[in-house]
Design a protein around this ligand. Structure first.
Ligand code: CAA
Length: 258
């Protein structure tokens, strides 16, 4: 089998990618990021595929973030590399695809999970979706483009509120913020994503590819570079050690002792 962590189904002109690590709430470890890159690359090159729908397996999560257990012992350089490679391989890659990607957000979309939805071209959600960038509660910052794309999509004020409080927003609040185009009951989510795809499929694929490129051209790269540098810096702090240890030990972090 080509993929261990994702399921790819082609039903031309549509294709579906399901992130399939439900026991770990579909957290993005390196292997999953590698597979997602390969799948998106294959589908983008496939002349019969004109829309890609991305979702998560299971009832609980779209993606609960980057895999905390994988990076909790990283140093600054490894932290920087994690963010830089992830952005290049997956998040910037998805945003820059010629084939539009619809994220069908079916539960928790946290940290890297929300960042993946933000890198997608369109977001639809089920009413149990919960979104957030909880990184500062772990002593780190969003590193997969979240500090940039969340502000681009919902505005700086709301983005800072979400990033600094680390709180989750429910699906309807996220829709009000402009983060989701539509919120529907869970059993209608994939149909709704299909309907959105059908609207896109009536249009010129070549013009769509050009439109994506033109919209993306309006946003600079400097902020993403800064995010990578500061994400790495967070790995040098005592708060990062405390925050990530607290997560795996299932306790509240105590940031006062640092
Ligand atoms: N990384 C690794 N494992 C994760 C994970 C993550 N981001 N999110 C959940 N899991 C694992 C849990 O450790 C648990 O595994 P075990 O059964 O082996 O212990 C399993 O998934 C189920 O999770 P919970 O038992 O915690 O489920 P819950 O229903 O009690 O809570 C939750 C759900 C609120 C989403 C909680 O799992 C949670 O807070 N997850 C972490 C969310 C988070 O902080 N995401 C940001 C990650 S950092 C990041 O993404 C950095 C970046 O920008 C690059």
């Amino acid at each position: 089998m080509k993929y261990q962590n994702i399921i790819v189904e082609k039903k031309a002109p549509k294709a579906y990618i399901t992130i399939n690590r439900p026991k770990q709430l579909n957290a993005l470890n390196k292997a999953t990021i590698d597979e997602l890159h390969d799948a998106f690359d294959d589908l983008n090159k496939d002349k019969d595929i004109h829309v890609i729908i991305l979702t998560g397996a299971g009832e609980k999560a779209f993606v609960a973030g980057a895999d905390i257990k994988e990076f909790m012992n990283f140093n600054e350089e490894q932290g920087k590399n994690l963010a830089a490679q992830g952005q290049e391989q997956l998040f910037d890659f998805v945003e820059g695809l010629e084939t539009p990607v619809i994220a069908a957000v079916n539960g928790f979309a946290l940290g890297g999970g929300l960042e993946l939805a933000l890198a997608s071209h369109i977001r639809v959600a089920s009413d149990n979706a919960k979104v957030g960038l909880p990184e500062v509660s772990l002593g780190v910052i969003p590193g997969y483009g979240g500090t940039q794309r969340l502000a681009q999509i919902i505005g700086k004020g709301r983005a800072l509120e979400m990033i600094l409080t680390a709180e989750m927003k429910d699906a309807n609040t996220a829709k009000e913020y402009g983060l989701f185009s539509v919120v529907v009951p869970r059993d209608q989510l994939l149909n709704t994503a299909d309907e959105m795809a059908d609207k896109i499929l009536k249009n010129s694929p070549q013009a769509i590819a050009l439109a994506i490129k033109a919209v993306n051209a309006g946003y600079g790269r400097e902020g993403f570079e800064k995010e990578i540098e500061l994400f790495g810096k967070a790995f040098t702090t005592t708060d990062f050690k405390e925050g990530t240890s607290a997560f795996v030990e299932r306790r509240k972090p105590d940031f006062t002792k640092n």
